[in-house]
Design a binder for this molecule. Structure first.
Ligand code: KIV
Length: 272
């Protein structure tokens, strides 16, 4: 059953701001390839994030740092070919925007031109304000990302909850307001206390999409491999699993293996 308050033929950055104003929650999931994107889009998910978490889920890296701009463009263009309705947001990968605003804009333009993406996401607050402004000035919509920003994992040292201390919480609140002021259309808040996330969501007019940030925000995002239960060794408290695909897939592969070994597959109806 759809719980949408208004049907959107295509979700745009404007639709998301409207959803917040209408108190309609926003659904967002990651996807990195054509097949997954077409299923996620067909299920009515509002936003598809081509996250740099592809470095983990698709390539097996421990962090998101190694993924390149070319690899993000490959994933994003595959996703774009699979969608009809969802808004597609793509992460600018580590090293493609931190050195200066000109480099940030060049990277942003490459993703938009070569993949057909609709918007970009960048991690960080006031440190990257000038880069975000430069991208926005070129007419490219930007989603911010505050709290636990995985591209800074070596600065944090751990994937634990961020902004529990007052100084970091105050900076996060100021960064969120700044992102709204310069023209970002939404902000992701990752792994921060629910009370703080709610306060931020209530203090700005653009949508706040949470992951591990409680229910007082304007929408939720999960990594698709996690919510499908494919990454069974990853068990943060915020994760709700909707399937146990790791078990289902393991059983299917084992059954196929057995059928091949026994000569049961293919049978008479499965050949020409
Ligand atoms: O890369 C990603 O998947 C993300 C989400 C966790 C928000 O940034």
């Amino acid at each position: 059953m759809s719980v949408a308050k208004k049907q959107y033929k295509r979700v745009t950055v404007k639709s998301l701001v409207e959803m917040k104003a209408n108190k309609e929650k926003i659904s967002m999931l990651t996807a990195y390839d054509f097949t997954m994107a077409s299923i996620v889009d067909g299920a009515g998910i509002d936003v598809i994030l081509v996250g740099d978490s592809a470095a983990n889920t698709m390539a097996g890296h421990e962090t998101t740092l190694p993924i390149t701009l070319d690899q993000m463009i490959y994933h994003a263009s595959s996703v774009i070919r699979g969608i009809n309705r969802s808004l597609v947001v793509v992460d600018l990968p580590f090293g493609s925007y931190q050195s200066d605003p000109k480099e940030a804009l060049r990277s942003a333009i490459r993703i938009m031109k070569e993949s057909g993406a609709h918007a970009l996401k960048l991690e960080g607050g006031k440190e990257i304000k000038d880069s975000i402004k430069r991208i926005l000035n070129a007419g490219i919509p930007v989603m911010g990302h505050l709290g636990l920003t995985p591209q800074s994992i070596y600065k944090f040292g751990t994937y634990t909850v961020r902004a529990k201390e007052e100084a970091e919480a105050e900076k996060l609140k100021a960064d969120a307001k700044m992102l709204e002021k310069i023209g970002c259309f939404a902000v992701v808040l990752e792994k921060v206390p629910a009370k703080l996330a709610k306060e931020v969501a209530e203090s700005i007019s653009i949508p706040v999409i949470g992951i591990g940030a409680g229910n007082g925000v304007d929408g939720q995002v999960l990594v698709v491999h996690d919510m499908l239960g494919m990454t069974h060794e990853f068990n943060p408290r915020f994760l709700r699993r909707y399937l146990d695909l790791h078990t289902e897939m393991t059983n299917a592969f084992a059954a196929y293996h057995k059928d091949v070994k026994s000569g049961d597959f293919p049978n008479e109806n499965e050949q020409y």
